[in-house]
Design a protein around this ligand. Structure first.
Ligand SMILES: CC(C)(COP(=O)(O)OP(=O)(O)OC[C@H]1O[C@@H](n2cnc3c(N)ncnc32)[C@H](O)[C@@H]1OP(=O)(O)O)[C@@H](O)C(=O)NCCC(=O)NCCS
Length: 331
């Protein structure tokens, strides 16, 4: 028995901010942002909780499977921007959904959160420990962005998605994974204050230490290599060539990182899901949003080989190979 994604949905705030909005306030330009990152606009809604954004997506995946909230066994929310430091967003989502029989937890692996979550949820289902997992990935990056820092605030957006992971017996489902971590990357990408190492004080707020800190170029170099390496490795060890792969669903941090990964895999542009132009980097939200749009557009068929790939803070990175399980919307 394998575990498979059996339903998928996403949600983002309605309010859209295009590059011009940033260019009117900061020393940046639409041209710089577009050519260096691929981003044209992001969805942002400062001051609402992540679980408010995830709730419609969670309801939608249950509806797609004709399940009641009481049927959910486990909820995993992959995020670094939960509604509160504690309790977990999973608890808050469970209450909002009325999933009274579910246990669950949050998983913090930043941009690789959803990939780590897919593997964790699959193992819970495959072992028989649970019948299903409501797996969500998303981030409200506006809550940790310094809107005076042009090097970070133009990159990120708010949003997320949900999938249902259930048993599969027809050979489709989650086939293989390569997950990696290197904690030495912490110095290049982190939030300075707000944790136990440096709790919030008047000084940390005045020094603007509750925001994303990123050394873009250092992260870029590791991301290009890391994401391409694991994507190639998962193809090689499953004897796949570019022709065998229907879709690459990459984390959406930078179009140049995505292009480098696709090139290493021998994939043409038509096989690569890109929506960074419309959402920016929603951290743990990028991959479920991509999967949801791909499914909604009827572009992915049951049996298609799909590779998910990511790189993010930690560092954390990885690739997951799955054989798509949901019938195409068109079929
Ligand atoms: C952030 C990122 C887009 C920056 O692109 P880059 O080509 O590396 O650019 P650099 O950081 O080297 O900056 C080049 C110049 O542009 C400037 N710059 C940075 N942001 C700018 C902006 N929004 N507008 C205009 N100029 C900007 C820099 O200050 C720098 O100027 P300088 O040369 O005078 O010092 C890129 O490094 C990146 O995508 N990094 C990885 C992000 C990632 O994968 N994160 C992991 C998941 S969260």
């Amino acid at each position: 028995m394998k575990a498979a994604i059996t339903a998928v949905a996403h949600n983002t705030p309605e309010t859209v901010y295009d590059n011009t909005w940033f260019a009117e306030r900061l020393d940046t330009s639409d041209e710089w942002i577009t050519t260096r990152t691929g981003i044209r606009e992001t969805h942002l809604r400062y001051g609402i909780g992540l679980t408010d954004i995830l709730l419609p997506a969670a309801k939608s995946v249950l509806e797609q499977r004709n399940l009641q909230p009481s049927d959910v066994d486990c909820i995993i929310v992959c995020t670094v921007t939960a509604d509160r430091v504690f309790p977990a967003a999973a608890s808050m989502l469970q209450a909002k959904l009325g999933a009274m029989n579910a246990w669950g937890f949050d998983l913090a692996a930043a941009c690789s959160g959803f990939l780590y979550g897919v593997v964790t949820a699959a193992k819970l289902v495959e072992s028989g420990a649970v019948r299903n997992v409501l797996l969500c990935g998303g981030d409200m990056m506006s809550s940790i962005l310094n809107f005076d820092d042009r090097t970070t605030c133009v990159l990120f957006g708010d949003g997320g998605g949900a999938v249902l992971i259930e048993p599969s017996t027809d050979g489709t489902g989650i086939i293989d994974h390569v997950l990696r971590m290197d904690g030495n990357g912490e110095k290049h990408l982190h939030m300075v204050a707000g944790g136990s190492l440096k709790p919030a004080t008047v000084e940390t707020v005045n020094n603007r230490e509750h925001f994303v800190f990123q050394e873009g170029q250092a992260v870029f170099k590791s991301a290009v290599k890391g994401m391409a390496d694991v994507s190639y490795e998962i193809m090689e060890r499953n004897n796949l060539t570019g022709d065998d792969v229907a879709w690459l669903v990459p984390h959406q941090a930078n179009l140049r990182i995505i292009d480098a990964t696709a090139q290493r895999m021998g994939l043409t542009k038509e096989k690569v899901v890109v929506n960074i132009d419309r959402y920016g980097n929603t951290t743990a939200g990028t991959i479920p949003i991509c999967l949801s749009e791909l499914h909604q557009q009827g572009k992915v068929k049951a049996g298609d080989n799909v590779i998910l790939a990511s790189f993010g803070a930690g560092y954390t990175w990885g690739a997951v190979l799955l054989r798509w399980s949901i019938s195409s919307k068109d079929s």
